[in-house]
Design a protein around this ligand. Structure first.
Ligand SMILES: *Cc1c(COP(=O)(O)O)cnc(C)c1O
Length: 399
């Protein structure tokens, strides 16, 4: 066997995947155990219970072996029948994805196109719901809207949507469900499922849950559970009824993702030790720090209103954001993301989820100044690096 290569050190400040906590890394390296063992049963039971705290729900939560998009699909196929109307908030890449997915399953998609960088206006959703006949009813499943689909945070733009307001609105329609993609929200900022009348909610392992990619986490409301038995979309792998029955017996229906579920157990314990409120505060603080110091460098906020899970920034005029992020990665081994589609070349996106130290945040800022200088020395002329570094240290003391 060849000698082992040293692990590369990268600082991943993308809005997923994220830096892993050392304890999580250790857990990931534990020897395999079979998923039908008392040891694993105890882990699964703890995880399913712990997730309900993050979701803030009295309903059961489920762990699926899939990326986040699989969880989005699971929410959809378990409540949808072909031909039904689905209103989709499309404010970026992930809204677009849910739209396409709903279309692929035969839904009549009513998109609400929101300009990139902006949040949906709840009044626009209210207007559409009002136009549709009140009841879904009957075999033909025509009439009212079966579901409204929205991201809590649209990761491609960094926007946070008014989920609480939308939940209140949609809850007054007895046959309409509210599905929320909380993949960059759950675990990053409060998104209480029950209190905000969310009927289907999905989180993803490689975002705020600080794990590698590979798990999606979902839950359904009691209102959704009344629809699930009647939904006529074809479903097998994501048939939540199978998973629910298996979970009742303390198992998962398919082979359990032992490695990631053990790591999730570790993360949920850390959440518990830190306290969710404190965790959200820390992430919010990283967001405030990033905004304060990047604005001083000549970047400007792209999202209105911005989510705490990431900060999307317009780069100073004359700079290609794609080249900027690439340089940051090549020269300093720091990963931030660029923009997609219409935002390509124009924005960078800095993630605030995962294991991030204040030192890593400060280094990011200094290296951004360094790259900025390389691209256009004029842009960084006003910045005194020592003073900047002092101001950053001061931030943590005073914020
Ligand atoms: C990352 C992300 C997804 C997709 O997750 P995958 O794990 O890549 O399938 C979906 N929605 C949002 C908002 C995301 O940030």
């Amino acid at each position: 066997m060849q000698p082992k290569e040293a692990a590369p050190t990268y600082n991943v400040l993308a809005p997923g995947p994220v830096n892993l906590h050392p304890q999580v890394q250790e857990t990931l390296a534990w020897p395999m155990i079979h998923h039908r063992t008392p040891e694993f049963d105890a882990v699964l039971s703890r995880v399913l219970k712990g997730l309900r705290k993050v979701f803030a729900t009295s309903q059961p939560c489920y762990v699926l072996t899939s990326t986040g998009s699989g969880g989005m699909e699971a929410l959809l196929v378990n409540i949808l029948s072909p031909g039904e109307k689905v209103v989709v908030v499309d404010s970026g890449k992930f809204g677009e994805r849910w739209s396409e997915m709903a279309g692929a399953y035969g839904a009549q998609v009513i998109p609400i196109k929101v300009p990139w960088g902006q949040a949906v206006d709840a009044a626009a959703v209210a207007a559409i719901l009002k136009q549709q006949p009140a009841s879904v009813g009957g075999e033909a499943a025509t009439g009212g809207v079966r579901a409204v689909l929205c991201q809590a945070c649209e990761t491609s733009t960094g926007v946070v949507h008014p989920i609480q307001e939308l939940g209140r609105l949609i809850s007054s329609y007895p046959d309409t469900l509210f599905l929320v993609d909380g993949i960059t929200a759950l675990g990053a900022f409060p998104l209480p499922m029950d209190e905000w009348h969310i009927d289907g909610l999905v989180g993803g392992s490689q975002k705020a849950f600080m794990l590698p990619t590979g798990l999606s986490l979902i839950s359904f409301s009691a209102k959704a559970w009344r629809v699930i038995p009647q939904a006529k979309c074809p479903r097998y792998y994501f048939d939540i009824r199978l998973e629910h029955q298996a979970n009742q017996k303390g198992e998962t229906f398919f082979s359990s993702n032992v490695t990631l579920i053990r790591a999730l157990d570790c993360v949920l314990r850390m959440f518990e030790d830190t306290g969710l409120e404190q965790l959200y505060q820390e992430i919010a603080r990283r967001a405030r720090f990033t905004r304060e110091f990047t604005l001083q460098m000549g970047f400007s906020l792209y999202a209105q209103p911005p989510a705490n899970s990431l900060t999307a920034l317009r780069v100073p005029a004359g700079i290609d954001s794609q080249k900027f992020r690439l340089r940051l990665e090549e020269k300093h081994h720091i990963t931030v993301m660029g923009g997609q589609d219409q935002a390509k070349g124009k924005i960078i996106r800095i993630g605030h989820m995962g294991h991030i130290t204040t030192e890593q945040m400060e280094v990011l800022m200094l290296k951004m100044i360094d790259v900025l200088k390389e691209f256009n020395p004029q842009l960084a002329t006003g910045i005194d690096q020592d003073q900047f570094a002092r101001a950053m240290r001061g931030f943590w003391r005073h914020d």
